[in-house]
Design a protein around this ligand. Structure first.
Ligand code: NAP
Length: 215
């Protein structure tokens, strides 16, 4: 996937990568991506559903193709949003360092990359593959939900990755009160998920009987 400016301007592009399982994608993710696009002057936001996350029991996650299709349905109406298959198409575990390398296409000439994901995931970054290289290749946008302790976030980040605070921005998103877990639980209980996720995603979940068993 290559991006370019179509107005003849040679300024460096800024691309946001929204990393997550998206099981399922919801309004909180979409509001987050749009807010990050505006605040960080991103030219595009590419949603990157995880393939086989190195740190998870995969049996409990919906099929990659289902998560990819739901994400595609959700971003359809936003001309700045795209979805990448780079992680779901790769065999074996996928690592953010490989995804960021893929999009930064050569460290100097490529776009500026901003990796957007949940704040809790970012606190574990020191356990990720080649994390120091990763922090040198991109800027992180850590997204938090209402009620999340921001003081605790900076303390833990400083303890785990000393001197790296300048590579991480914290973005508080009230709409992230909705979570994928909350949506899955509501489906299992037979409750409505209308307005928590875009309607085509809601229909997809119904059609494929996702989350009915609560596993
Ligand atoms: P996850 O299980 O999907 O989410 C963890 C938490 O963060 C959840 O509370 C989730 O809320 C929230 N979240 C996830 N993506 C978000 C986003 N884009 N915007 C806002 N909130 C988000 O994710 P994960 O498995 O921890 O991984 C997150 C990202 O980090 C993925 O891209 C993954 O590939 C990467 N990662 C890489 C490595 C590595 O390279 N070794 C290791 C761990 C994680 P919802 O459930 O509501 O989405």
């Amino acid at each position: 996937m290559f991006f370019f400016r179509n107005n003849g301007d040679n300024a460096k592009l800024n691309v946001g990568l929204m990393g997550g399982t998206f099981d399922p994608i919801h309004m909180g993710h979409l509001v987050t991506a749009e807010e990050a696009r505006q605040q960080f002057d991103l030219d595009y936001v590419v949603f990157v559903p995880t393939g086989t996350p190195p740190h998870k029991e995969t049996g409990k996650i919906s099929l990659p193709e289902h998560r990819y299709l739901m994400t595609s349905l959700a971003v359809m109406s936003n001309p700045y949003f795209f979805v990448s298959t780079v992680e779901i198409n790769s065999e074996g575990p996928t690592y953010t360092i490989d995804t960021v390398r893929h999009f930064s296409c050569g460290e100097r000439e490529g776009p500026g990359v901003f990796f957007i994901t949940g704040a809790d995931a970012i606190l574990d970054i020191f356990t990720w593959k080649e994390y120091e290289k990763l922090l040198s290749l991109c800027t992180f946008i850590a997204v938090s939900r209402p009620g999340y302790s921001l003081d605790r976030f900076w303390d833990i980040l400083d303890r785990n990755c000393p001197g790296m605070k300048h590579k991480v921005h914290l973005l508080e998103i009230p709409a992230l009160a909705v979570s994928s877990t909350y949506i899955r639980e509501r489906v299992t209980l037979g409750k409505t998920i209308k307005y928590l996720t875009p309607e085509p995603v809601e229909q997809f979940i119904k059609k494929h009987g996702l989350y009915l068993s609560g596993e």
